[in-house]
Write a protein that binds this ligand. Structure first.
Ligand code: NBX
Ligand code: IMP
Length: 796
């Protein structure tokens, strides 16, 4: 007790000190922003102590370092994360309260760092957390986007985008490193001089490092996230300035800064744009230089490289790091091409996150050659070497005038991995079929996971508290201990407390939605939630069609014993993805009509919450009763939202896709609402030319719901608004919404039935929590360390 009072008063002093000397404010006049900055600095000080100690230890031990190269890190907020990881919740709260400040208000003042689109970027953030918790010496490398993923709002139900501006106020978590500036070249030509190949770029942009410490659980270790920002090598043209052309004088600076200005908002479609390729090379090349510089500071034999570093390519976006490392080893450091290739190969690994053909990166070789002429030569030589070693096939990273980044990554990499068991199998059978036959040991599976610190302990403190009270707190860093909850689930008293927690979380969400959006949700209803990027393969339109059919059925028979539901959606659509945006519009239009319908509104509400991001997910996940994971089988590589919901006690209604398969195996098939075709049935069904019409003819409910789209029920002011959606589903329906509709309807009615027995439902929900321990990203990272990197923890 005495110790805690002591530290707590120390922390209060630290807070006041930062408010005074960092922010220059008097407590009486400080704004929430000032308190947030003061608190962030006070917490950051503690993190820095760990960070410095971890860096020292990394140098001393000189073990293998892991480098995670990713175009995206979808981190969200850092203050709450830091407070929880340092186990300082009570101290921070008390210190703030002693000044009359409410901690929640302060935490909610922080903008999200939205430097990612969705699953791929959030996975990278969970991995950083796990790497630090485990104590694996690791660095995240990415881009410091000035504008993260756009903000979404609705005007008359339509998505409107506006720029995200997280860096417009001071960001307390980063350290600028002006001493780490690296010039990155583009364009120009390649010469052969004195027996050496020399690339003379035509343009140079400088990469400047910004470091963010990433602290693990209980502050035992902290790694570095290093993000690169673009600057002009020569920011100011003095001649132009002196001649009076002030705008032109600073043009360099503006051009260089565009490289890290904005995150491309496409999460499943390749932009194919020159600026995108420049971004990829910019951060990959800067990272490779930095990695080699660090290696050189401790070693002088490049042959040791594979023993000392492991590079993970998060999808193909950083794939150019391979040819870049090879180029430096060969052109600049004088190794033979074969030796350089051998070393590069043993350092590089590649994670694939999607099989969707439109998401696979391919570059026009003229564009590629214009920007990176030497790399194009090197890719040709990599291809030749691969062909020489495997003469029976013609598998190439270059064909049809394109550079194919998937094939290039596969050929370069020592290990290639998929992100769920099903996805890894499908990789072997489809996109990498021939390459897998040549290199049967190269592909491995590492099923995704999520960090239990953010996705249970901090976002759901009430459930975390109940769990800790029941089984102790070791589960936070060893999530499979959740299975120790199972005996308690047999105890009705415990189960009631579990249900109380869920109800309190739902009530808190209701307060938030009422306060921010002015909509009153029924807290007694089942909260049925689908939150993720908008995409046809994720089938938000299957969900809303079933909702429409359900609404029609309730209207037919309003006095029946309906199970009340609130249907909650959230997710952004890429700006240019018109069909996805129309689905958002449709859901908003359905919500408008249904929520106003006196005959149904007590048992059915629909809401689309704007601007889905990590913080909103942290509010929604703990309040969910039902998790919608309804992608067309074979299309969702893994999913990680599915894991967050299961962990927080929301059973899934879902297809056998991605990690749903493994979730169902773990939680038990009786605790998972399965529906829909399997991946191979999907492929078969698609061969039938009239699959959609057959499904529509066989199910009058589906026909009637589609009719409501056609007759303007939801858009009387513009009756033709949704005809094209109905037409698409009737005549093409690539994602098989119609073919899966009837079985989805059946599964939803099973859900209704199950939810009516609240005791049985609570048990099912609690079993989802108790059996989801395997889906910790700690387990995933242990898998990478052991199967791919050969890296070790430095925490004793
Ligand atoms: O990666 C996602 C998959 O769709 C999920 O199933 C999976 O759980 C997650 C993590 O493995 N893929 C994804 O998010 N892709 C992208 O974000 C992406 C971003 C830019 C781009 C292509 C894909 N050009
Ligand atoms: P980097 O690894 O060179 O990027 O440096 C990261 C941090 O580690 C910087 O603060 C360096 O000053 C520090 N650092 C560099 N070399 C050593 C070392 O040999 N032991 C401990 N820290 C080091």
């Amino acid at each position: 007790m005495a110790r805690s009072v002591q530290t707590s008063s120390n922390f209060r002093d630290a807070l006041l000190r930062h408010l005074t000397y960092t922010m220059g404010k008097d407590p009486e006049h400080a704004q929430p922003f000032d308190w947030r900055m003061a608190l962030s600095h006070a917490i950051r000080d503690r993190i820095v102590d760990t960070w410095v100690a971890s860096t020292r230890k990394t140098y001393e031990q000189d073990g293998k370092r892991v480098y995670y190269l990713s175009m995206e890190f979808l981190i969200g907020r850092l203050l709450e994360d830091g407070i929880f990881n340092l186990d300082m919740v009570e101290e921070a709260k008390e210190a703030l309260e002693s000044f009359g400040m409410d901690m929640r208000t302060i935490l909610d003042d922080e903008p999200d760092a939205a430097l990612g689109n969705g699953g791929l970027g959030r996975l990278a953030a969970c991995f950083l957390d796990s790497l630090s918790t485990i104590g694996c010496p690791a660095y995240g490398y990415g881009i410091r986007y000035e504008n993260g993923l756009f903000k979404q709002s609705f005007v008359d139900g339509c998505q409107v985008e506006s720029p995200e501006t997280w860096l417009q106020e001071p960001h307390p978590w980063e350290f600028e490193r002006p001493e780490v500036r690296i010039n990155i070249g583009f364009g120009g030509d390649v010469h052969f001089e004195n027996g050496k190949t020399v690339w003379r770029p035509a343009e140079m942009i400088q990469a400047e490092a910004f470091d963010t410490p990433i602290v693990g659980w209980q502050g035992r270790w902290a790694n570095t996230l290093r993000l690169w920002a673009g600057r002009a090598v020569d920011p100011f043209d003095l001649d132009l300035f002196n001649s009076g052309d002030f705008a032109a004088a600073s043009e360099h600076e503006a051009l260089a800064r565009t490289i890290s200005r904005v995150l491309y908002p496409e999460d499943s479609n390749e932009a194919g744009k020159e600026l995108r390729l420049k971004q990829e090379y910019f951060f990959s090349a800067a990272s490779i230089r930095d990695i080699l510089r660090r290696f050189d500071s401790q070693h002088n034999d490049l042959k040791l490289l594979p023993e000392k570093i492991a590079i993970q390519l998060n999808d193909t976006h950083p794939a150019i790091a391979g040819p870049e490392l090879l180029r430096i080893l060969h052109d600049e450091r004088g190794l033979s091409f074969e030796e350089a290739l051998h070393i590069t190969h043993h350092c590089m690994n590649y994670t694939n996150h999607t099989l969707l053909p439109e998401a696979l990166e391919r570059w026009d070789e003229r564009l590629f050659g214009r920007l990176l002429p030497r790399h194009l030569d090197i890719i040709n030589r990599i291809d030749d070497a691969h062909y020489k070693a495997n003469p029976h096939r013609t598998l190439s990273a270059r064909s049809d005038g394109q550079v194919k980044m998937g094939e290039l990554s596969f050929i370069m990499a020592n290990r290639v991995n998929g992100v769920s068991a099903l996805h890894t199998d499908l990789m072997k059978q489809t996109v990498f079929k021939e390459l897998n036959a040549l290199h049967p040991d190269r592909i491995v599976n590492e099923t995704n996971g999520v960090t239990p610190r953010r996705w249970l302990h901090s976002c759901n403190p009430a459930l975390s508290g109940l769990i800790t009270e029941t089984i102790g707190e070791d589960w936070i860093a060893d999530l499979e201990q959740l299975e120790k909850l199972e005996p308690s689930i047999e105890d009705q008293g415990w189960l009631d407390r579990f249900t109380d927690v869920k109800n309190a979380n739902k009530a808190a969400l209701c307060d938030y939605v009422a306060g921010v959006h002015g909509v009153n949700l029924n807290p007694e209803a089942m909260f049925d939630i689908q939150i993720k990027r908008m995409h046809e393969y994720k089938r938000q339109h299957l969900n809303i069609l079933e909702t429409i059919a359900h609404w029609q059925e309730i209207r037919d028979n309003p006095t029946a014993d309906w199970v009340p539901r609130v249907k909650i959606f959230a997710g952004k659509a890429a700006q240019g993805y018109h069909f996805a945006k129309d689905i958002i519009h449709l859901i908003n239009d359905v919500a408008k009509l249904v929520n106003a319908d006196a005959a149904t509104r007590d048992v059915l509400q629909v809401i689309f919450l704007p601007n889905y991001n990590v913080s909103l997910a942290e509010r929604l996940v703990p309040a969910a009763d039902l998790s919608e994971q309804i992608s067309t089988a074979g299309k969702e590589a893994s999913g990680t939202g599915n894991m967050k919901f299961a962990l927080n006690g929301a059973p899934t209604i879902g297809t056998l896709d991605g990690a749903n398969v493994e979730i169902r195996d773990h939680v038990g098939k009786e605790n998972f609402f399965l529906f829909g075709m399997l991946a191979d049935e999907v492929m078969q069904r698609r061969m039938m030319h009239d699959h959609a019409q057959q499904a529509i003819n066989a199910d009058p409910r589906l026909g009637r719901a589609l009719e409501a789209l056609r007759d303007g029920t939801f858009s009387p002011e513009d009756p033709g608004r949704y005809t094209h959606i109905a037409d698409n589903l009737t005549w093409s329906d690539y994602f098989l919404v119609c073919s899966d509709f009837t079985d989805y309807w059946r599964a939803q009615r099973e859900v209704d039935k199950a939810y009516q027995d609240r005791k049985a439902w609570a048990k099912m929900a609690a079993l989802n929590t108790a059996r989801s321990g395997w889906f910790s990203s700690d387990r995933t990272i242990h898998g990478y360390m052991c199967d791919i990197w050969g890296a070790k923890s430095l925490i004793p």
